[in-house]
Design a binder for this molecule. Structure first.
Ligand SMILES: [Zn+2]
Length: 230
């Protein structure tokens, strides 16, 4: 059994995992509120968040990593942009790896076995989260690794921007107006690109590639649902 594994998750399943984290936060007395503090989710899950120096490797800068056996997320203190919405989405992304990719029974039960140390060595190699835009060498792109990163990032956007919260924040606003989107991103504590990606993914807006023009999406927000009654 490996410390990390990949499996297919539908978007709905990943979203459901984010709701499960909200429930744990309620139970552990870190009730979720927005702007979302991803470190509170980490606290509720018993994961430490620590700032340390992570040296770049041969593929470039590393933003953060997760050390499952230590239940620790390490953020790279050398990356000055790692604040605000970028910091939130990075912590949420690493929590996504913890929830979706770490075999938690292994991480909890076994702490001193050599095989696991070896496993972790491989794992830390794989689970270094890079600055966005730094592409891995195309010759060694592993499709699972790409999917794992996609899943963690999708989880992060569900955690930081649940549909119900977005519905509430967009009321009385025009999603095709940049000023309104900037106001929303402030209230949500995310980056503008996090917000736009999420809204496009939900089909609420559409921005043609290379354009600044925002069009309304086909799937408009529909009615109210309750965050905790799912
Ligand atoms: Zn990652």
């Amino acid at each position: 059994m490996n410390l990390f594994s990949y499996k297919f998750y539908s978007k709905e399943e990943i979203e459901q995992k984010a709701y499960e984290v909200f429930k744990i936060m309620e139970l552990e007395n870190f009730p979720p509120k927005w702007p979302f503090e991803a470190s509170c989710a980490a606290d509720a899950l018993g994961i430490m968040v620590s700032w340390e120096r992570i040296p770049p490797d041969e593929q470039g800068s590393i933003v953060a990593k997760i050390l499952p056996l230590q239940r620790k997320i390490v953020l790279n203190e050398c990356i000055s942009e790692l604040t605000g919405g970028f910091e939130q989405s990075t912590i949420a992304h690493e929590i996504g790896h913890w929830i979706l990719h770490v075999n938690q029974n292994e991480a909890d039960g076994l702490t001193e076995q050599l095989e696991l140390n070896l496993g972790m060595k491989d794992a830390t190699k794989l689970y270094l989260c890079r600055t966005t835009g730094v592409k891995t060498n195309p010759n060694i792109i592993q499709s699972h690794l790409d999917k794992i990163e996609w899943q963690a990032q999708y989880f992060a956007s569900c955690l930081l921007m649940p549909k119900e919260i977005l519905e509430a924040k967009q009321r009385g606003r025009n999603l095709t107006n940049w000023k309104h989107l900037y106001a929303m991103k402030e209230e949500l504590g995310v980056t503008i690109s996090n917000l736009i990606n999420r809204l496009q993914d939900l089909g609420w807006i559409f921005i043609p590639k290379g354009s600044k023009q925002i069009y309304p999406g086909k799937a408009a927000p529909n009615g109210q649902t309750n965050l905790f009654n799912r």
